[in-house]
Ligand binder design. Sequence first.
Ligand code: GLN
Length: 544
Amino acid sequence: MHHTKFIIVTGGVLSGLGKGTATAAIGRLIKGVGKIVTVKCDGYLNVDPGTMNPVEHGEVFVLHDGGEVDMDFGHYERFLDIDCKFSWNLTSGKIFNSVIARERKGDFLGKTIQIFPHITNEVKAWWKRTLDEEKPDVMMIEIGGTVGDIENAWYIEAARQLKKIVGSDNVCYVHLTYVPFLDSVGEPKTKPAQRDIALLREKGITPDAILCRSRLPLSKKLKDKLALLCDLEPEQIISAPDIDDIYEIPLMFRQEGLLDLLQRRLQLPSGQDLASWEVLVNNIRTPQRECTIAICGKYTELRDSYASVIEALTHAGAQIAAKVHLRWIETTDIDDGKLTPAAALAGADGVLVPGGFGGRGVEGKIAVIKHARENNVPFLGICYGLQLAVIDFARSVCRLPDANTTEINPATPHPVIDILPEQREVYSKGGTMRLGASKNDIKPGTMAAALYQTTECWERHRHRYEVNPEYHAHLQAAGLVFGATSQNGRIVEFIELPNHPFFFATQAHNELTSRLERPNPAFAGFVRASCKLPPVEQALSSHQ
Ligand code: GLN
């Protein structure tokens, strides 16, 4: 246990300051020290976020192993280029479940079961299990919520105890706080941060570094003042002002001396290298070309529900120094006749239909796909996007005008999209979809093969429906190409159309495996095509 170094990340004052991004950025900053594991501790009582409304909670991120987790894991993977595991996500739901199950079994017979020590011990036992399984060089632990919340108190207490167990030389506490800028007095105010740090101390944690979220960088004078009042050194105060692009954060932290501080504090070996990262950030900062992508879906009121899609577009753009402008199309407006597909897509260089569920906005999505198909506009369909592209193709090209998915119309005469056989008897909603990564066989000679430069690939899923095998032959005979299938040949994983600049759809959620330094091939090809470049370039085919 003593070989592993720990970085605990907590937050204060208010939520939404970007603790997940900050944790990911610290991870990228120290990448090179060896194996890094990122653990996230959430306070809520859901066992996992799979059942939460994305409008309320943001996107559900699906891991390689099928675990449904929150967006912060997306940040960890995109910054660190690692595959996280479901067991790295603790929720109070999981912890309480496990303690109560053990109580019922009689494990604690005679004892009174309490938050302290039974829940805190369970938290530490989860951390220890991950440690034993992974044997990381650095274990980062992000604690959700803010210090002082009732529902993360057991994590904060377990984090405090950690330094007793592994020795204070092996634990570094990083705390994200907030320094508001008061327009009426024209200056930043440190009082909330002072109170916040005092509260952290009250819980027994003395921070090693304070990340100060603020509108502008903190002046030296302000850092000195905060350090003095909080009994810290000025170099422990790290400025974290608003910036346009989250991928700049590791560079900003390095400039602020956070890498040096962590290296000194934890005696980390050197070997960190941000050179390739810097090139990509520069590409984002100073783009050479641009394109406009129309994202057609619902939930457009909350961009967080498509967070990984947006990031995957950014990654693909960064490779070719392209600025990707996003245009949000609410497809219910097309359903309702308020907007025509042609008007919605005027001037768009590419059309993206992301994943989704249910009937609202669906006819509008099918209409934009048809428009992209008929007008040679690059198209990328994701999960529901693939299913709806198949419906458009069946209706328009196979001449099956009533074709539909049984998700919307169980009585359709042409169920070209139907429920997966293993999903028929599933009624419970937690973690029951087809979830996680599976290996696909790519058909040689297809666009998919050109994009992936290989005959097999792993992509992640989250769905209940599929292209109905009874229609495979009919669809293919009419010209739809299955670029990849599941290894048993049953599930259509990628579709594409020849004689179109870029018409590609995937049953998987390809956005989930995209990283800044390794964009997903489907997104790379789509953004290239939307910038009027050939979709594939040898140099870009390093994925997988
Ligand atoms: N609703 C579709 C299904 O369950 C698509 C799901 C998705 O896009 N994630 O298969």
